[in-house]
Design a protein around this ligand. Structure first.
Ligand code: F6R
Length: 585
């Protein structure tokens, strides 16, 4: 949510920060801007995508070897030039870019206006420029004046050779360096071309470890695919394999983790699990709930992070609170985990981005190792989250009621998943043809039961967020308690109906839809002919254990949403109003 990149060194800074900014565009694309120290301070801003700013700048980029740049996801104030970052102070001597929300901006703005400051935008950010200006003109050094004014959001310092960078995430600087220092909330960094120092707002200068980023430039580029989303869907055999790598213990029918930081004894003391997340990650959490209760027999609840943190939840030291997040930066999930910790719970993170805020906040965790996910619609992170949840369930289950034989069966099924996902992907052309038929749909209903109910939610979310077609996910049997009223021959209904424990029940639900003239697209198990007559379109997936079917059944739904959106001419990787990393509440 908003991308920031800064550079100071010996090169002309503008092209460096603009190139870095493009890699952060997934975080927001409402407006963009940059400020360059070029004798004085020069600020350039434009509404819309970075390409528009570049067009306005033309080929004659400003000189100067120090610059900051910003791509915005609007919170306070419309996406206009005036509201684009950087924001200067009254004197035009400092320029500021910011990610996050300043909740007391209104009060501060009033007070600063009374003291003579002139505001040029509606943003909350601009109050910081004026606050820092005020502190600085009172004689405080710039670093102290800044420290006095602000609180944090994700940011890192990247260390080059005779040059240094700041950025919202490492993708902006990978072309130049893979050595980064992650800042904690409350940290402030002073960055010069050959030197940097990190200070804690309360405790002063501090030592911070330099982390080597594993991802390289190739992993964050499209690699010949039309869109990041398609690349990431197609990468799933590999991303699932990477989530499993080194963790399966077939002989013992269990798994091992490097960073759980919770002993077997402590895991045995867990009496209740709460899984908290947002969006797609919340859908994987629902699958985790079903797994944990069925296999590990631990009472498990799933909470939207945004609800959990504000509703006095019942959590104590016997509760394990698991936060799931691709980015590791989602503000609500981070805050929910902090709240759980404050109440004495043990916390675990299932996170993709190494070194992210959530990864650093929790007691222990499981990295997804899915590789960078750039497309705004989450795909490969979802399948890796399900796999990580299955691994954790296996670990918890084997410490309790799950027998070694059952454990081995799950391990073997997990090991086969990458190859099965690859098999589903061979159906892409079939899915594309079905997508042709749905391009003009105005509403689509997704129905599933058991482990595939959350997949119905996820299929619907994928479609609505990238194609702007209204879609709803429902438990299949709930349909007759309301949504059935919507069904007519214009309403496509996608059933996720693999041959699992609730297959027969789902068949009855399909009959109910057909009886009302609905158009049925069904995800079925290979060789299952039960739906041949009922379904208008079938997409087959290979057989696996019930709990793992979501890893396979969601793939055709990701492809379906993708092809429909492409045919409708939508910007698949950057859907309107969305941003990849939601760092505001
Ligand atoms: C949907 C999507 C979002 C995210 C949600 C949580 O495709 O990407 O719903 O799943 O914003 O993000 P993370 O997982 O980064 O916490």
């Amino acid at each position: 949510m908003c991308g920031i990149v800064g550079y100071t060194g010996t090169r002309t800074a503008a092209p460096v920060v603009l190139e870095g900014l493009k890699r952060l565009e997934y975080r927001g694309y409402d407006s963009a801007g940059l400020a360059v120290v070029n004798g004085g301070l020069e600020v350039f801003r434009a509404p819309g995508k970075i390409a528009i700013l570049e067009r306005e700048l033309g080929s004659d980029l400003p000189e100067g070897t120090t610059a900051i740049a910003h791509t915005r996801w609007a919170t306070h104030g419309a996406p206009t030039t005036a509201n684009a970052h950087p924001h200067a102070d009254c004197g035009g001597t400092l320029a500021l870019v910011h990610n996050g929300i300043i909740e007391n901006a209104g009060v501060l703005r009033q007070a600063l206006t009374k003291r003579g400051h002139v505001f040029r935008s509606q943003t909350d950010t601009e109050v910081l420029s004026h606050l820092i200006e005020e502190n600085h003109t009172k004689g405080m050094p710039l670093v102290d004046a800044t420290a006095e004014a602000l609180r944090g959001s994700p940011l890192l310092v990247a260390i080059g050779n005779g040059e240094n960078f700041v950025a919202s995430d490492a993708s902006a600087v990978l072309a130049h360096t893979r050595s980064v220092v992650y800042l904690d909330d409350g940290d402030i960094a002073e960055v010069k071309p050959t030197d940097y120092r990190i200070m804690d707002l309360d405790a002063g200068e501090k030592e911070t470890p330099v982390t080597h980023v594993e991802w390289d430039l190739a992993t964050i580029e499209r690699g010949g695919y039309a869109h990041f989303m398609l690349k990431e869907i197609m990468e799933q055999p590999e991303s699932v394999r990477n989530t499993l790598r080194g963790r399966l213990l077939e002989e013992e029918g269990t798994v091992r983790f490097g960073g759980l930081n919770i002993s077997a004894d402590e895991l045995l003391k867990v009496q209740r699990i709460v899984i908290t997340a947002c969006g797609t990650s919340w859908h994987s959490a629902l699958i985790g709930e079903y797994m944990m209760e069925e296999l590990a027999r631990i009472p498990t609840e799933v909470e939207y992070a945004s609800e959990f943190r504000y509703r006095n939840p019942i959590v104590d030291e016997r509760t394990l609170v698991i936060g799931i997040s691709q980015s590791g930066e989602t503000a609500d999930t981070l805050a929910a985990l902090r709240e759980a910790k404050r109440r004495g719970a043990r916390t675990l993170g299932l996170v993709n981005v190494v070194g992210s805020s959530i990864a650093r906040e929790v007691d222990g965790g499981i990295y997804l190792h899915a590789g960078p996910e750039i497309g705004v619609a989450s795909t490969k992170a979802f399948t890796s989250q399900i796999v990580a949840l299955a691994l954790l369930t296996l670990k918890m289950g084997r410490l309790r009621a799950l027998s070694i034989l059952q454990g081995r069966e799950v391990v073997r099924a997990l090991a086969k998943l990458p190859e099965l996902v690859a098999r589903v992907l061979t159906k892409a052309a079939e899915v594309e043809q079905i997508a042709e038929r749905l391009v003009r749909a105005q509403n689509v209903l997704y129905l599933g039961r058991g482990y595939n109910f959350p997949v119905a939610l996820e299929g619907a979310l994928k479609l609505k967020e990238i194609s702007y077609i209204h879609a709803e996910g429902y438990p299949a049997a709930e349909m007759k308690h309301g949504p059935i009223a919507l069904i007519d021959d214009l309403m496509p209904v996608v059933f996720i109906a693999p041959k699992d424990g609730v297959h027969q029940k789902v068949l009855s639900n399909i009959e109910e839809v057909k009886a009302r003239g609905g158009r049925v697209i069904a995800i079925v198990t290979e060789g299952d002919t039960a739906l041949d007559k009922l379904a208008d379109h079938r997409i087959e997936i290979p057989e696996t254990l019930d709990l793992l079917t979501p890893v396979l059944s969601v793939v055709p739904l990701q492809l379906l949403a993708y092809y429909i959106a492409v045919r409708r001419g939508c910007n698949v990787d950057q859907p309107r109003n969305l941003a990849k990393s939601v760092t505001v509440e």
